[in-house]
Every structure is written in structure tokens, then in C-alpha cells.
Design a protein around this ligand. Structure first.
Ligand code: SF4
Length: 464
């Protein structure tokens, strides 16, 4: 995942707001954090944040950075891109992924374009977006052209000398929200950045909408298309920050709803409900409220500084992070029937090796795992993802049951079939838990509270 943010201030310097806005997006990535400021000149800074936080990297140079508007990104690649062009100097950040990047790159080579921001022998997606935009007569036309060419999803912010262009991807898969304060405007992926910086939401961009943000106000450059909205359901279940709201639905509340619905569908009578920290916590709070059992913390996370353990691509790093971050509390675990809520199960290895072993090792009596979303069967096609189909535990189990890779898995997707039940029982066996239940897709949709056709559910259904 990635997150983008920007600030346009009436004050001479917006660095303080940009710094904290960036900090409040740090949970969305562990590879790069970058900002660009526009004042008397344009300044750009990009840091590798794989071993230390965005905040601590920027703190060292904080006082030397100045500008009354700025943008930034927490991302899997180096951003912002700085472009000198006939539209003047501008900086660009993007959020999303382009599936046909190879074909578009070839097309641009034939037009004599070249690429310089190469990482892992792949072109930088943000640079590709800039080259597509540059082919038209204005930035607005260029953004529209880029949308017409890409297969995937890109939201973006463009910082110019005069203001910030903000545009949300053509399906609205990721949110992009504008806030206003007495000092100016901010635009963010995560509204969690707003309350402590005194911004209030004034506008949630629609798919493909383009807005130009200046000190004097907002100017719509292109209308959005509400009919295209298919926002990522995973944002509420896992990736989003609890204090954020997308389409007016708060993440923490949705997670509590998920937990309550899991409890309603459950026959088990546990002694306590617990969550796998951090994103399983609110699901467990909801479960405890729904079931009328105590919410307790048999596993505590030593520091949020470890970040998301599925994002670092090296398995050894993921394993180390998973092993070190959770500490079991024997005094709470011993002899207890525990319902453990998890946001989702990807590979299942960390849950099994570094979470469940800690509960069993501390003499839990029973461990019932409850998952806030249905079994993940398809890797995301709209964002940079390190996951492949064959890594997903549900896929591995289907292969085990069928004895081969099966093309048509519709009976495993349908939660009313015996194949589905068989898949879940086998996953439970592999994990070594007393029982395992996943949220039904209808309940997950109802917990979010938006119409089903406004959500991307591809990870679970394979349909978009
Ligand atoms: S494919 Fe999955 S993670 Fe990607 S946008 Fe859709 S629901 Fe979200």
C-alpha cells in the first residue's frame, strides 16, 4: 500500500503540517517516505524508511525545509518525482499500481521517451505517470489521458508553483480527501491526519475528479464519476488507520461491526476475546461487545515501530519482525478458552509460528480463531503487492484437497458449499487451532455499510 498527502498554507511555511501529515501515513508503507515543498524554490527529500521511521529521518533536516505548500508519499518506490517541463517545474506523487506498465513503457520508448528512476530493473510507476501526463497540452488533459491509458489505479498529487492538483483514481479504490483549517487546506489518503492538525473534511474526491487547491480555495478542473466508485474493502478490514474515515465510514467502527457480526454467528462461549495487535484489536473489541465476554490482551505488541510484517519482501525479515513484536502474557493465557480475532490470514505462517505457538506455549485451554474477512483467494491487482496466488494459505489448501491447481474455484469462494467448509477445516488443521471461522462476505459488506457494488471485493471473489 501507499499513502499520499499535501498541504497548501496561508503561512510562509507549511513544513510542520506536512511533517505530521506524513507521519500519520507511516503505517501504509515501510520502504520510502518523501516530500516536496514549493516556496521560493522547490525542495525535494526522499528517505529509505525500511530501518527507521519517516519522522526520525526528516527530523534532522526539518529546520532547513521551507515552503508554503507541499506534497509527500509513503510508498514502495522513491517519490516525489521532480519534473522540469513546458508546464513549468512540478513534483508528483502517486498512489496505486499500473498493470500494463510494460506495454506503456514500450509505447513511450517508440516516442523517444526515456526513464531514469529505475529500481529493481523496473521503471518507477510515478515517473511513468509523469511521462503520460506530459503528452497533453495541460496538466488536467494529461491526467485525463493517463487515466485513459492505464490498466490499474492511480491517485495523484501534483505540486506546482501555484498550488496542488489532486485527483483520485478512476475507481476510487483508494480515498483522497480534502480538509480545511484556518491556515489553509490539506489533502490526504488518511483522515487520521486531520484532527490534531485542526483540519475538517470539506470534500472527498470522486473517481477521476481533478481539483486544483490554492490558498484562495478549491477549483474543480474535472468532474468525478460517482458511478465508477469501487473503494477497496480491505482499507477498513486491515490497511486503514482506526481514526480514519472513508466515504464517511470510520475504520474503528467498521472493525467493531465486523467483530460483532463474527460473535453473532458463533456458538463458542469463550472466557475472553483478544485481537492480534494492532489491526485485530478493534475486531476483538467488537466481538467482546457482541458476545458479552471480556476483551483482554494475552498478546501485547512491544512497539508499533516494527510496522507491518507482511510488507518487507524478505521472508527472513518478516519472520524476525513477527517473532519479536508480540509478547505473550502467561498470567492471562493459562487455562483460558480464547477467541483470537485476526483481520485476515494471508500465508498463515506468522499466525501459526509466531502467534498461536505463543498462546499454546503459555497453556491456553482452547484457541478459536475468528477472521474479520473471508478467505483471501486472489492477490490485489490494484496495488503493489508482494503476494502471489500460490502463497495464500487458502490456495495452498485447495491444491492439497484437489491434488492439483484448480482453475475454477467458485465452489470454494461460495461460503454455502461443502467445498468451502472443507477448505476452512483444512486451514484450521494446518494452523492447529481448536476452531476457525471466517467472516461471510455479506457480513463484511454489511459491517462496512456501503452498497456491495460500491466496494472492490476482488481479493475474495476474483471479480471486479
Ligand atoms: S484487490 Fe483487494 S486489496 Fe486490492 S483494491 Fe481490491 S479489495 Fe483492495
Amino acid at each position: 500500500m501507499s499513502g499520499i498527502f499535501g498541504v497548501v498554507s496561508k503561512n510562509k511555511n507549511c513544513m510542520n503540517q506536512l511533517f505530521y501529515a506524513g507521519d500519520y501515513h507511516s503505517h501504509l508503507g515501510t520502504q520510502f517516505g518523501g516530500i516536496a515543498l514549493s516556496g521560493e524554490k522547490i525542495i525535494r527529500r526522499i528517505h529509505n524508511i525500511s530501518s527507521s521511521q519517516f519522522k526520525s529521518k526528516l527530523l534532522e533536516e526539518f529546520s532547513s525545509l521551507e515552503g508554503n505548500k507541499g506534497i509527500g508519499a509513503i510508498s514502495y518506490e522513491e517519490q516525489p518525482i521532480y519534473v522540469k517541463s513546458r508546464f513549468g517545474d512540478f513534483c508528483l506523487v502517486t498512489n496505486g499500481w499500473i498493470n500494463n506498465w510494460k506495454a506503456l513503457t514500450e509505447e513511450l520508448f517508440l516516442k523517444n521517451f526515456s526513464f531514469s528512476e529505475i529500481s529493481d530493473s523496473r521503471i518507477n510507476i510515478c515517473e511513468l505517470v509523469s511521462k503520460l501526463i506530459l503528452q497533453k497540452k495541460s496538466l488536467t488533459e494529461g491526467i485525463e489521458y493517463m487515466y485513459s491509458k492505464i490498466k490499474g489505479s492511480i491517485s495523484l498529487l501534483i505540486l506546482t508553483k501555484k498550488g496542488i492538483y489532486a485527483s483520485r483514481d478512476k475507481y476510487g479504490l483508494s480515498p483522497l480527501i480534502i480538509g480545511k483549517s484556518r491556515e489553509g487546506f490539506a489533502v490526504v489518503s488518511e483522515t487520521a491526519a486531520f484532527p490534531n492538525l485542526d483540519f475538517k473534511v470539506v470534500k472527498e474526491l470522486l473517481p477521476e475528479e481533478i481539483v486544483f487547491i490554492q490558498q484562495s480555495g478549491l477549483r474543480q478542473k474535472k468532474k468525478g464519476n460517482e458511478n465508477n466508485l469501487k473503494i477497496c474493502a480491505f482499507s477498513w478490514v486491515y490497511t486503514g488507520f482506526p481514526a480514519s474515515c472513508y466515504q464517511g465510514k470510520n475504520v474503528e467502527k467498521v472493525r467493531e461491526n465486523c467483530g460483532k457480526l463474527l460473535a453473532r454467528a458463533d456458538q463458542v462461549k469463550p472466557d475472553l476475546a483478544a485481537g492480534v495487535p494492532d489491526s485485530g484489536t478493534a475486531h476483538a473489541v467488537g466481538y467482546a461487545l457482541g458476545k458479552g465476554v471480556p476483551f483482554r490482551r494475552p498478546l501485547v505488541k512491544y512497539t508499533p515501530g516494527y510496522g507491518r510484517s507482511y510488507l518487507p519482501s524478505a521472508q527472513s525479515v518478516r519472520n524476525l519482525v513477527a517473532k519479536m513484536k508480540l509478547i505473550p502474557i502467561k498470567e492471562i493465557i493459562k487455562g483460558q478458552k480464547i477467541v483470537l480475532c485476526e483481520d485476515s490470514i494471508v500465508r498463515g505462517t506468522q499466525l501459526k509460528n509466531y502467534t498461536l505457538t505463543k498462546l499454546w506455549g503459555s497453556k491456553a485451554k482452547e484457541v478459536h480463531v475468528r477472521v474479520a474477512c473471508p478467505p483471501l483467494l486472489f492477490p490485489c491487482i490494484f496495488n503493489y503487492s508482494t503476494r502471489t496466488k500460490k502463497e495464500l494459505i487458502a490456495r495452498r489448501v485447495i491444491k492439497f484437497i484437489e491434488g492439483k491447481n484448480k482453475k475454477d474455484i467458485s465452489r470454494y469462494i461460495d461460503d454455502k458449499t461443502s467445498k468451502y467448509d472443507k477448505m476452512v477445516s483444512q486451514i484450521a488443521k494446518d494452523l492447529g487451532v481448536t476452531t476457525l471461522k471466517y467472516q461471510k462476505i455479506a457480513d463484511m459488506v454489511s459491517a462496512i455499510g456501503l452498497p456491495k457494488d460500491k466496494l472492490c471485493l476482488y481479493c475474495w471473489t476474483g471479480k471486479f
